[in-house]
Design a protein around this ligand. Structure first.
Ligand code: FAD
Length: 381
C-alpha cells in the first residue's frame, strides 16, 4: 500500500546494508521504496564477488559478530550463518603469533606459559617505560603493553594503517589494548558470530527481494528527477559530497586491494594473516575460502594496502573522527537537519564507522523513529 501521491514513498540512495535494511522494514509496512546505487551491484561494502566458486569479500573481509540477540535473530530469520570464528595470525620477520593478544601470543613471544608469568613480563616492561601522560600512539601503546608486543605486533602495522610514524599518530586512537590471559584466539568477544552460508549477497538479496532497485545510477547527477518521484529520500552516501563540499572535504583512510587466484587449494591455512613489520607494504593477506570452509580446487587471496583517500580513484573506508573532521561533520549535520525531505544515514551519511550489527540497529532505530513521528502526526490530525 503506497501512501504517497508520488511514485515512491521512499527513495533510498545506496544499496548497502543500511539502505537495504531500511527498505526491507519500510516495505514490510507497505511503503513503496526505490533503491538506487551508483555501483553495478547491491550490497555496498559487504558485497561478495564470486571467483571460481569462492565468495570474495571485494571491499575487505567482513565477519558478522554481535552481542545483541535481537540483531542476530533478525539476520538469522533471513539467512543461515555458519560457525566461522575470526582467529587472525600476525607475521613478523619470519615469526608467527596468534591474535588477539592472549596466552598463545605470550607463550610464542616469551615462552610464558602461565598468566602470572605473562603479566609479570608485561608489567615490568610497562614500568620500565614509565610514561604517565602518553603524548602519541607510540607512548600510549608502550604504557599499555610494554615494548615487545608494541615493537613486534603494533608499531609497523599501525604505521602502515595511518601512513605515518606512530609518534605522529594521536594517542586517543588506541584507548585500550585488550590482553587476554587465557588460551583463546577468538578475535571477537561477542557471543553471536559467523558468515552467511553462501556469502553476504544472500543476505542483501533477501532484504531487497521484491523491492525496486536501479543500479549504475549516480543520485547527485539526477537529483531533481528523483526529488520529483519520491516523497522522502534516505541518503547513505557521503554527506560532504551531497552538500558540494561547502564546508570542505571530510577525511577518510582508504584501502587498495590486490586480489589474485592461486592454483593451490590452501595458500596460508587461515582467513587472515596480518603483516606487522613496516617493510612489507601490505597490512594483511585474506584467503577468502576459509570464511566458508571452502574445499575448492584453487584459492583466491587479497593483499590489503592502507592508503590515503583521494576521492578520484579510491573509496572512503574509515572516517577520521578527529576534532577537525568532527567539527566539519557537525556543520553538515546542522544543514541536513533543516531539510525535511532528506534523511541521512549509514556510515557515510553519519560520518561514523559502524560494524554491521550497529548498521542494522541504526537502520531499525530510524525506522522506529519515523513510525513514532507518523503516529504522532496522525494523532494530531
Ligand atoms: P555502504 O556499504 O558503504 O553502502 C553505501 C552505498 O551507497 C554504496 O554502495 C555506494 O555505492 C552508494 N552510494 C553512495 N553515494 C551514492 C550516490 N551519490 N548515488 C548512488 N549511490 C551512492 N563490519 C562488521 O561488522 N564486521 C567486519 O568484519 C567489518 N569489516 C569491515 C572491513 C572494512 C574494510 C570496512 C570499510 C568496513 C567493515 N565493516 C565491518 C563495516 C561494514 O562494512 C559496514 O557496517 C556496512 O557496510 C555499512 O553499510 P552502509 O550501507 O552504511 O554503507
Amino acid at each position: 500500500m503506497k501512501t504517497s501521491t508520488k511514485d515512491y514513498d521512499y527513495l533510498i540512495v545506496g544499496a548497502g546494508l543500511f539502505g537495504a535494511v531500511f527498505a526491507y522494514l519500510q516495505s514490510q509496512k507497505g511503503k513503496k521504496c526505490l533503491v538506487i546505487d551508483k555501483r553495478d551491484h547491491i550490497g555496498g561494502n559487504i558485497y561478495c564477488e564470486e571467483i571460481e566458486g569462492i565468495n570474495v569479500h571485494k571491499y575487505g573481509p567482513h565477519i558478522f559478530h554481535t552481542d545483541k540477540k535481537y540483531i542476530w535473530d533478525f539476520v538469522n530469520s533471513l539467512v543461515e550463518f555458519n560457525h566461522f570464528r575470526y582467529t587472525p595470525l600476525a607475521y613478523y620477520k619470519g615469526e608467527y603469533y596468534n591474535l588477539p593478544f592472549n596466552m598463545h601470543t605470550f607463550y610464542q613471544m616469551w615462552g610464558a606459559a602461565t598468566p602470572m608469568e605473562a603479566k609479570q613480563i608485561i608489567n615490568e616492561q610497562v614500568e620500565k617505560f614509565g610514561c604517565e601522560v602518553p603524548g602519541n600512539l607510540e607512548e600510549q601503546a608502550l604504557s599499555l603493553v610494554g615494548k615487545d608486543l608494541y615493537q613486534k605486533l603494533i608499531k609497523g602495522y599501525t604505521e602502515k594503517q595511518w601512513g605515518m610514524d606512530a609518534t605522529h599518530v594521536p594517542a586517543f586512537i588506541i584507548k585500550r589494548i585488550p590482553l587476554r590471559f587465557i588460551y583463546d584466539n577468538n578475535y571477537f568477544d561477542d557471543p553471536y558470530q559467523g558468515i552467511p552460508i553462501g556469502g553476504y549477497n544472500k543476505l542483501i538479496n533477501k532484504l531487497l527481494d521484491g523491492i525496486d532497485v536501479r543500479l549504475n545510477v549516480e543520485f547527485l547527477e539526477n537529483k531533481s528527477y528523483f526529488e520529483l518521484i519520491a516523497d522522502k529520500i534516505l541518503y547513505t552516501g557521503c554527506i560532504d559530497e551531497f552538500y558540494g563540499f561547502t564546508y570542505g572535504q571530510l577525511d577518510y583512510r582508504s584501502l587498495r586491494f590486490e586480489t589474485t587466484l592461486h592454483e593451490c587449494s590452501n595458500y596460508q591455512g587461515n582467513a587472515a594473516v596480518n603483516y606487522t613489520d613496516r617493510e612489507i607494504p601490505y597490512t594483511r593477506i585474506i584467503e577468502h575460502k576459509h570464511f566458508e570452509f571452502g574445499n575448492q580446487e584453487n584459492t583466491v587471496i587479497t593483499k590489503e594496502f592502507s592508503t590515503d583517500f583521494t576521492k578520484k580513484d579510491n573509496e572512503p573506508f574509515y572516517p577520521i573522527n578527529d576534532h577537525k573532521n568532527n567539527e566539519v561533520y557537525n556543520k553538515y549535520r546542522a544543514l541536513s537537519e533543516q531539510q525535511s525531505k532528506y534523511i541521512f544515514g549509514g556510515r557515510l551519511g553519519s560520518y561514523k564507522y559502524f560494524d554491521m550489527d550497529d548498521t542494522i540497529e541504526a537502520a531499525m532505530q530510524l525506522d522506529m523513529e519515523l513510525e513514532k513521528k507518523l503516529t504522532k502526526e496522525i494523532c494530531n490530525l
